[in-house]
Design a protein around this ligand. Structure first.
Ligand code: K2U
Ligand code: ZN
Length: 180
């Protein structure tokens, strides 16, 4: 068993065509994909964030990681989900002020089903099925949206979305100037 050191990855900033692309299903689990999941978890914790999807680090595969444990001192619960899909969603909805590591410093209210049942393949290749509520439900839906090229700003009114996109384009120009 080769041991890999996790390595932080760069997070793509909106607008970027890779963030609007539907990611490909994972055909076979591999050590490379497990390394990617570990790198994504390290990147997520460092951000900090509570979720991250592979397209956000430029990999168009259906893999997300999340750890929405909020209680201080509670043990972390890092989850890696391959080919996750929502199989049931409550009619009841919740509103949460969402952010996104690919759209820095922007927070807007998004309404989503309060509870979702998700099926996925875990890092051992086992089929998993679990029902999430609260922040976990919001986060797993936000991440699965990323796999379908959908960003939380797509739920906002067009004018507001355009304003945010222009703001991100300005930020990217400034970041590029700093690097130059
Ligand atoms: O996908 C991402 O960009 C990671 C988001 C996931 C997320 C956004 C909104 C609501 C739940 C999850 C990052 O975690 S944004 C940072 C953050 C941290 C704590 C709570 C909410 C958002
Ligand atoms: Zn996001």
């Amino acid at each position: 068993m080769a041991y890999f050191r996790a390595m932080k990855r760069n997070i793509l900033i909106h607008p970027d065509p890779r963030l609007k692309t539907v990611a490909d299903p994972v055909a076979d689990l591999s050590d490379d994909l497990r390394v990617l999941a570990d790198d994504m978890l390290e990147t997520m914790y460092a951000a900090p964030g509570i979720g991250l999807a592979a397209p956000q680090v430029g990999v168009l595969s259906r893999l997300i990681v999340l750890d929405c444990v909020k209680e201080e001192g509670a043990p972390p619960r890092p989850l890696a989900m391959f080919n996750p899909r929502v199989v049931e969603a409550s009619d009841e909805t919740s509103v949460y002020e969402e952010g996104c590591l690919s759209i820095p410093e922007i927070y807007e209210n998004v309404t989503r089903p309060s509870d979702v049942t998700v099926e996925w393949i875990d890092r051992d290749g086992m089929e998993q099925r679990e029902t999430f509520e609260g922040l976990w439900a919001t986060c797993v839906q936000h991440e699965i949206d990323h796999l379908d090229g959908k960003l939380f700003i797509d739920y906002l009114r067009p004018l507001k979305r355009q304003m945010i996109t222009r703001k991100m384009q300005k930020l990217k120009r400034e970041m590029a100037r700093e690097k130059a």
